[in-house]
Design a binder for this molecule. Sequence first.
Ligand code: ADP
Ligand code: MG
Length: 371
Amino acid sequence: MNQFFAIQTIGILGGGQLGRMMALAARAMGFQIIVLDPEENCPCAAVADRHLKAAYEDEAACFELLAACDVITYEFENVPLSSARILESKLPQSSRLLEITQDRILEKEAVRNLGLETADYHIIRTREELDIFTNFFDQNPHKTFLKTARGGYDGKGQFVLSGPEDLGNFIQRHYNPDRAYVAEKAFDFDMELSAIVCRNARGESKVFPIAENIHRNQILSQSIVPARIPESTRKKAEEIALHLAEGLKLQGTLAIELFLKGEEIRVNELAPRPHNSGHFSLDACLTSQFEQHIRAICNLPLGDVSLVSPCVMLNVLGEDMDQLDREKIGKHKLHLYGKKEARHGRKMGHINVLENSLKECFQSLERISIH
Ligand code: ADP
Ligand code: MG
């Protein structure tokens, strides 16, 4: 059969905005979409051919998805491993990459095993390890990000410690001996960057233009592309992405969050899927990260990721919704995810501001003024 017709139906685990934008790209390419998500009104349901409304751990629903789809993908990393394993034969991203990226400890070890640097960290899996860290911290107080090993995102599950008193408070109020934690020494970066790489089963890899990211309250606020870094740094970031893609035998998309200080780059976090900091690619690149992800999991030739315009991507959170003004946004690209309830900190959409130069992007951003 012609390769373009061998895959007709793509299953997506998770119906959030990433699933929705994957589905929109896939539909434009002629694929059908089945999304599995427990939420009736999840953002992907409105754009999918079919919505399997079931819990991610629902085995019967997973078997149904497996039977109905030719290829399956996940849009977030907290899918239960047991479900991913049921779907393994049609899951190019693999349950192994999920297992690694679900757990900050395994993730940091995987990064270090591939010869790359992370922030300095202590692992806290037991009371004994907590005591060891407490002693160390008493003698070497330093701003520290204490993170749950599993289940954190957008700064959730993180505690910022300025000194031993904060650690005492954390132990009294939040410490759960059944959970594992990573205590990361704050890295005094000049800039945060991200590199998004897609790779298909035939081993073809492409890295999107490197983005410079600005976080507010540990949630991504803006991505600036191209990142304002020297050519040598850009090359280094691309090499890190390609090295990780090869080393982890990636099939699909890997987003890599990086800290930059001078010429030194440390790997902060990995995500085995398209990423918020790659949303600029929807309007600013010849191929978006969502189209590329679909190409990668279907083992199709990858698209051209050339940047066609400088871009600043601005996230729209729940608290920004009241200020959104389509007239002020004007020619710029507003993407909304179809979420009904605008909760504080919830990602509702984003705006891609495209101009001939970054300077003009920032000027336009001021006029849009949502925060
Ligand atoms: P999340 O899963 O919530 O995105 P991250 O580990 O990426 O978790 O942390 C969110 C943000 O918090 C980072 O983008 C960075 O701005 C800040 N941060 C986290 N860890 C550190 C660190 N070790 N040093 C400095 N800043 C950090
Ligand atoms: Mg992060």
